[in-house]
Design a binder for this molecule. Structure first.
Ligand code: SF4
Ligand code: SF4
Length: 728
């Protein structure tokens, strides 16, 4: 009788569990399909995308960035499909405790595989549960990567997996005690150890099998009921999210910004023809995200790796990339049932006008909720969250399931800037200067050539065509041409190229801002205007090879201009200079006896994976001792200038550049080196502040690696650095 009752109950749980889970999958698919179409190239090529997905999922390549957590998670992951066999077996055991799976039930390899996977899976999940407690917000507060996560779901998933795996061993122990266990002790030691203490109880075995089935099917019911439970759903959604990521080669959505597409998702948005009522000018409602965006939100596991690396979150700002994704997810799933039925704010408003007494005010409020707005406005995402992002890419780089945070942040910024005209007022000046003068500072075009007059050799300036024999067009960039500290880097690079005999020319007054700050701010129109102008100039001049000193220009010219018909071979100056040193065309001779720490610019490092050349340059300079900061290379910490933040006030929390300099100071440097004019300015400002507070030595400076190289190549003091640094 007991077995019949258990059999019926567990079968009912299975039937309801499968049905509810199918319902949950349907609801998720329908919600994701509410999104706009994705751009071409997201779904294929099938083979390459599938390979990337298999490598990332089975190889856990992104999880292994934190090796111990990655290994533990791998065992938990593989236990899931493998233990399906034990669930199937349990469905027989509740009816008949002597039941065995056909064919494989006495294969030693099967017994061993289950023992190993369940055993290591159990140890792994227990370890992860302890890790969550040690690193949890109760101990670390805001500093915990689990801060902002929904905790009950995590505890529930951990408890379920522990109970499931433990039940497997208990069932096996009963079988050992009943002398019905066909596997040798060496292959199944845990089961045999339990068998030594458990009674030979058939009802006991059936009850534990029933318990195992009930918690398993209950898990599927809970998943269906809580579709926003990313920590449970990601095992199903993550492979799809990885498959459909922006780059089929497997790298995260860094480098180029996602282009704006028209309403079909197939054609780049043409501002001449675009209709703001039809075409998406960014994202103003959650259903304006593409379906990949909605899949991203559904897939977040709430692991907090993004949050733990985010410079905004780490300096006390309200932006947590994890919370942003979770808030968008919760809002999307709250709205979705109404959108699926064709209910919109407009239809509800009409109904309310006709019959105020029966108006559904709660649903109307939900549908009218602004995507970006203050608490008073009921916004899903606070403007301070949106504008805190530096586009540094740490979140995208860290995310184990390839969520594309920056694309979503930029899409929301685009709507705020181009449709709502709502953005930090300081950025107004930036946009005006870019539109009117072609540079962020609003300086006259001819000032772009001031630095050339300070050199004692000729720098060819393009008039219409690149002079014959020119190897590289040196893209100076606005900061490099107009900002005093960055001009020193420009002159150092020019002098090094000249010394090495590299034939180069500059555009001088014909060069305009690449448009990066406008694009990262969300003003795509200004970006396109500047970019088209530059592409025209470069193409007419016959440019094919560019050396750029600014990583933002380097990224835009190399990764974004191809979207507008500008195909160039672009290198960063650190890459070219490292090669010239390697080829013996530049020889560092003068020792620089200094302790130097290098700061990775986000748009050079994380966005473009250029980590080695600047370090190689320093390694070739005699006397330099380098010391890495704790956060470097992939985990480098932003200077605070990216995402157009350079031109916005930083009113909330600690300044990001101060945080970075505090970290640099822990290495006790004589010099901080970098390879980006914006980093140079941001870190320089923070160092000056530290000096004024007596917290940094007076001689401490920020220099570009090219300046260090020039000092060593020339010996003595290089003209580019005159008056800049007088070391004792
Ligand atoms: S891009 Fe950088 S600043 Fe922006 S959310 Fe991601 S980690 Fe934070
Ligand atoms: S790293 Fe990715 S999965 Fe983890 S919390 Fe952030 S967005 Fe979610």
């Amino acid at each position: 009788m007991l077995y019949i009752v258990l059999g019926i109950i567990t079968t009912l749980f299975a039937v309801v569990g499968v049905a509810m889970f199918a319902f949950g999958v349907r609801r998720m698919v329908q919600t994701v399909r509410l999104g706009r179409p994705v751009e071409d190239g997201r779904t294929g090529p099938f083979g390459r995308r599938l390979t990337t997905t298999l490598i990332e999922v089975l190889g856990h390549t992104r999880m292994l960035k934190r090796p111990w957590v990655g290994i533990a998670h791998w065992f938990v992951m593989v236990s899931f499909p493998l233990l399906v066999f034990t669930v199937a077996e349990a469905h027989g055991e509740v009816w008949d405790p002597h039941f065995h799976l056909p064919v494989i039930h006495d294969w030693t390899v099967y017994g061993l595989a289950i023992e190993v996977i369940a055993g290591l899976g159990l140890a792994a999940i227990a370890g992860l549960a302890v890790y969550r407690q040690i690193k949890g917000p109760r101990r670390l507060g805001r500093g915990s990567r689990f801060a902002n996560s929904v905790h009950w779901t995590a505890y529930y998933v951990e408890a379920y997996i522990i109970a499931l795996l433990a039940a497997i061993f208990v069932i096996r122990g009963f079988k050992v005690a009943m002398d019905e266990f066909p596997f040798p002790v060496w292959a199944t030691p845990i089961s045999h150890a339990l068998g030594a203490v458990l009674p030979a109880s058939e009802p006991g075995l059936a009850l534990v099998a029933a318990f195992k089935l009930i918690i398993s099917w209950l898990f599927f019911m809970v998943l269906a009921a809580v579709v926003t439970m990313g920590i449970g759903w990601h095992r199903f959604t993550a492979p799809f999210n990885i498959y459909f990521k922006r780059d089929p080669e497997g790298s995260p959505a860094l480098g180029a910004a996602k282009p704006m597409m028209d309403k079909t998702g197939k054609k780049p948005l043409d501002f001449e023809e675009a209709d703001p009522d039809e075409d998406p000018f960014g994202v103003g409602r959650v259903e304006d995200f593409t379906w990949k965006g909605l899949l991203d939100f559904s897939t977040c596991t709430e692991c907090g790796r993004c949050q733990s690396q985010c410079p905004a979150w780490n300096t006390g700002k309200p932006l947590s990339p994890k919370k942003l994704v979770m808030d968008l997810r919760d809002h999307a799933y709250a709205k979705a049932p109404y959108l699926m039925q064709g209910v919109t704010a407009e239809t509800l408003e009409e109904k309310a006008a006709e019959d105020a007494a029966h108006a559904d005010t709660d649903v109307l409020a939900l549908l009218q909720r602004p995507l970006v707005g203050t608490e008073e406005e009921g916004g899903v995402i606070h403007p301070d969250v949106l504008w805190s992002c530096t586009n540094c890419g740490a979140c995208v780089e860290q995310c184990p399931v390839d969520i594309e945070h920056i694309d979503h942040i930029m899409d929301m910024r685009r709507y705020q800037v181009m449709i709502e005209s709502s953005f930090p007022s300081e950025a107004n000046t930036l946009l005006k200067n870019l539109e009117n003068k072609g540079n962020p500072w609003g300086m006259a075009e001819d000032r772009r050539m001031d630095w050339i007059a300070e050199l004692d050799f000729e720098v060819p300036v393009v008039e219409d065509k690149l002079p014959d024999g020119t190897e590289y067009l040196f893209w100076v960039g606005c900061a490099g041409a107009l900002e005093d500290r960055a001009k020193k880097t420009t002159k150092a690079i020019a002098e090094l190229l000249h010394t090495a005999g590299v034939k180069f020319a500059v555009l001088g007054g014909m060069e305009a801002c690449t448009g990066d700050p406008a694009r990262r701010l969300g003003m795509e129109y200004v970006f396109q205007m500047l970019a088209q102008q530059n592409v025209e100039t470069l193409n007419e001049a016959g440019v094919t090879k560019i050396v750029a000193s600014c990583p933002h220009c380097f990224n835009t010219l190399g990764n974004e201009y191809p979207q507008l018909g500008g195909e160039y071979d672009v290198v960063h100056h650190s890459q070219l200079l490292a090669r010239l040193v390697e080829e013996g065309r530049l020889t560092p001779v003068q020792p620089i006896e200094e302790n130097i720490t290098y700061h990775d610019p986000c748009f050079l490092g994380r966005h473009n994976k250029v980590y080695t050349p600047p370090r190689e340059i320093m390694a070739q300079v005699p006397g330099i001792t380098t010391k890495e900061m704790h956060r470097h290379k992939e985990r480098g910490f932003c200077c605070g200038a990216g995402g157009a933040r350079m031109w916005m006030e930083e009113r909330i929390g600690k300044r990001i550049n101060t945080e970075r300099v505090d970290e640099a100071l822990t290495t006790d440097p004589d010099t901080v080196s970098t390879a980006c004019p914006f980093c140079q300015v941001m870190l320089g400002d923070a160092i000056n502040e530290k000096k004024s507070q007596g917290q940094a030595k007076e001689t401490l400076e920020v220099v570009d690696v090219s300046q260090l190289l020039l000092r060593s190549v020339k010996g003595g003091s290089a003209p580019a650095e005159e008056g800049e640094k007088e070391k004792a």
